[in-house]
Design a protein around this ligand. Structure first.
Ligand code: ADP
Ligand code: ADP
Length: 225
């Protein structure tokens, strides 16, 4: 399903124009949103995730009018915010089992299957018995992905997930996203040019709340330099 953003604007109370007429069509696959700090990426991500309202514009996902019916989108959404929680001293497997129960999966066999699958996808199966609170930054990010995959979301939004990861962790994280991008619509924001170059078929470069470039990552090479 395509995600269509039309003429989104947002001016904060302090006068900062964080979104200044954003028009984008985002197709299934891995979509990169590239821009420096302050470009408006988080504002755009939160707006698509229905955590905040734009001043004007429309968002549609398939046949959902997102701003009118936010719940319809939320049911299909996986959102990994830039700052995420501190986890209690539980193993990844137990925590994911708990989250699956919260989502209403009552059969323990079914939960074991789902939890095993998301642990495999995020490459955490080997460390499923370790406490998440002791995970490295990259492992926690992958755990965040595992958690949102429990919902089987159609649209996945990941805000600056590689910020602060060391090269090995970053590369592991990008591999997980690459796999998920083969059968989901994934929007991935970053200020690191190489992230989108390695990962995304399509990207938008944003700054000052505007889309400066929209197209393939190859075509963006000139601008990315
Ligand atoms: P990015 O994610 O690309 O760093 P943001 O969306 O966080 O960009 O910020 C875009 C601009 O809006 C920045 O100038 C930022 O300081 C400002 N901004 C973000 N959130 C708020 C807020 N809640 N109130 C006021 N200004 C904000
Ligand atoms: P950044 O992308 O710059 O690292 P975020 O956009 O994730 O930061 O912002 C973190 C929190 O701080 C959000 O709740 C956001 O609304 C708020 N915030 C960000 N910039 C500003 C700002 N200039 N003024 C007020 N609040 C802000």
């Amino acid at each position: 399903m395509d995600l269509l953003l039309h003429n989104l604007t947002k001016t904060y109370g302090n006068g900062v124009k964080a979104l200044d007429g954003i028009d984008l069509t985002i197709k299934p696959g891995m979509f990169g949103l590239l821009g420096p700090n302050g470009a408006g990426k988080s504002t755009l991500m939160r707006t698509i995730a229905t955590l905040q309202q734009p001043d004007s514009g429309t968002i549609t996902f398939g046949d959902i009018d997102v701003l009118k019916n936010p719940m319809d989108l939320r049911r299909q959404l996986g959102y990994l915010p830039q700052e995420f929680g501190v986890y209690p001293g539980m193993s990844a497997e137990d925590l994911l089992d708990y989250f699956a129960q919260l989502k209403g999966v009552s059969s323990s066999k079914e939960r074991k299957d789902i939890v095993g699958r998301v642990l495999e996808i995020t490459n955490l199966y080997q460390v499923k018995n370790k406490n998440v609170s002791g995970y490295s930054g990259g492992m926690k990010q992958r755990f965040g992905i595992a958690q949102l995959l429990l919902n089987d979301p159609k649209l996945i939004i990941v805000d600056e997930p590689t910020a602060g990861l060391d090269p090995a962790e970053r590369s592991r994280f990008l591999n997980v996203l690459r796999e998920i991008g083969t059968n989901h619509t994934v929007i991935f924001s970053t200020h690191i040019v190489d992230d989108v170059r390695e990962l995304c078929h399509e990207l938008a470069i944003v700054n000052g709340g505007k889309v400066l470039y929209r197209g393939t990552s190859q075509g963006g090479e000139e601008m990315l330099r």
